[in-house]
Design a binder for this molecule. Structure first.
Ligand SMILES: Cc1ncc(COP(=O)(O)O)c(C=O)c1O
Length: 391
């Protein structure tokens, strides 16, 4: 028996590969500092955990409606309407197990073989993976370091064609921590307004920002009817293992996504949705505390990275990733990441794990304690003699 041909086109996330290698080294007794993982290191807020436990005790342990519980969908619609300056209702909301199913289901629902999809490069690797899996054509558009990792807008315009079915935006972004400024979004909206296409706006890091609040393209003129907002609870409320996310989209597409849910996972866990309700409607100081701590770490860690010979790192405006340019080391990124893991015990990812325009960069997640981050810098400093001397 052979796997279906399309399985030869599906990709993966290198973070899991590096994690496996790190675990091997840990078994040999090495202390590894994990900066490869894309999840907050904070516990899920206590009031959210309590709501989840209460829900289990109260019997929220059965199937629920495929699109999500109506009151939860309404609460999400209210939250998105308030924060994005639009008006949507519960019927526009699909509750799914994490943010990822929104990208998978929406692409599955609309992409035909040969359709073109524009996406950020370096970007979340699952975009390209799913595009290829479905037989569509990936059109990577470079993000530019000197523009705070916003798009090269000319390349974006040049990438558009009559076959473009979808444009993916991700702000704040993985892996760069960049935020697309409002003036760029206005220009992007102008390019897309008259075209028959969808925008997948991945806003999973929408609450993790350090200066100006990110703008969503959905609020710009003419964008509501063509935009899918992907958001969820994984990052904002440190709930990666609960598997809870949602999409907000035009009704016709929401209906299709709900049908895909019926045909796959049936529904999202009922007690998890109750916990999500508590997260959304309860006190929000847990988010502020987490972001304040991320900011403190970002400032120390990025300063430290900039002191390493051959490294140059822009201050990321959001998410919890630093994406230093390492071309000054003269080493290819994957080789350098491997050296850092094996010789310094610092796990990180190489930029090309996020696309070819990630060449010359490393990704570090600073979702780790300040002492660990400082130790990581010290360890990298120590091994930097290896590239300083050119050996
Ligand atoms: C840009 C981006 N989108 C979506 C996701 C998926 O989030 P979830 O764990 O909720 O599926 C991630 C997770 O790392 C991400 O970085």
């Amino acid at each position: 028996m052979q796997l279906a041909e399309k399985m030869s086109r599906i990709g993966t996330e290198s973070a899991f590969e590096v994690l496996a290698r790190s675990r091997e080294l840990e078994k040999q007794g090495k202390k590894i500092i994990h900066l490869e993982i894309g999840e907050p290191d904070f516990p899920t807020p206590a009031h959210v955990v309590a709501a989840g436990k209460r829900a289990l005790d109260e019997g929220w342990t059965k199937y629920g409606p495929s699109p999500g519980f109506p009151e939860f969908r309404e609460a999400i619609a209210g939250y998105i309407s308030r924060t994005r300056g639009i008006r949507v209702g519960g019927e526009n909301v699909c509750v799914v197990p994490g943010g990822k199913p929104i990208m998978f289901f929406c692409m599955l629902a609309v992409l035909e073989p040969g359709d073109e999809v524009i996406y950020p490069d370096p970007g979340f690797p699952i975009y390209e993976s799913v595009i290829r899996f479905l037989g569509a054509k990936p059109i990577p558009v470079p993000l530019i370091e000197s523009r705070g990792f916003s798009f090269d807008l000319t390349a974006l315009r040049d990438g558009l064609s009559t076959k473009t079915k979808m444009v993916i935006l991700n702000s704040p972004a993985n892996p760069t921590g960049g935020i697309i400024p409002k003036e760029d979004l206005v220009k992007i909206a102008d390019m897309l307004r008259k075209r028959d296409l969808l925008i997948l706006s991945d806003e999973i890091y929408s609450r993790i920002f350090y200066e100006a609040e990110p703008t969503s393209i959905v609020g710009l003129d003419g964008m509501l009817e063509k935009t899918i907002i992907l958001d969820g609870f994984s990052k904002t409320y440190s709930m990666t293992g609960w598997r809870l996310g949602f999409g907000v989209m035009p009704r016709w597409l929401a209906d299709a996504v709900n049908q895909l849910t019926v045909n796959s996972n049936s529904c999202t866990a009922s007690f998890t949705q109750r916990a999500g309700m508590a997260a959304l409607e309860g006190p929000q100081d847990c988010v502020t505390t987490m972001v304040t701590e991320f900011r403190r770490r970002r400032d120390v860690f990025v300063k430290g990275l900039n002191e390493i010979p051959g490294f140059r790192c822009v201050l990321p405006a959001g998410a919890f990733y630093a994406f230093p340019n390492i071309t000054g080391t003269g080493m290819p990124a994957k080789e350098l990441a491997t050296l850092l893991l094996n010789e310094a015990g610092v796990a990180c990812l190489w930029g090309t794990a996020f696309g070819r325009y990630g060449d010359g960069y490393l990704r570090f997640s600073y979702a780790n304690s300040l002492p660990n981050l400082m130790e990581a810098i010290e360890r990298i400093q120590k091994v930097s003699a290896r590239w300083k001397s050119g050996s």
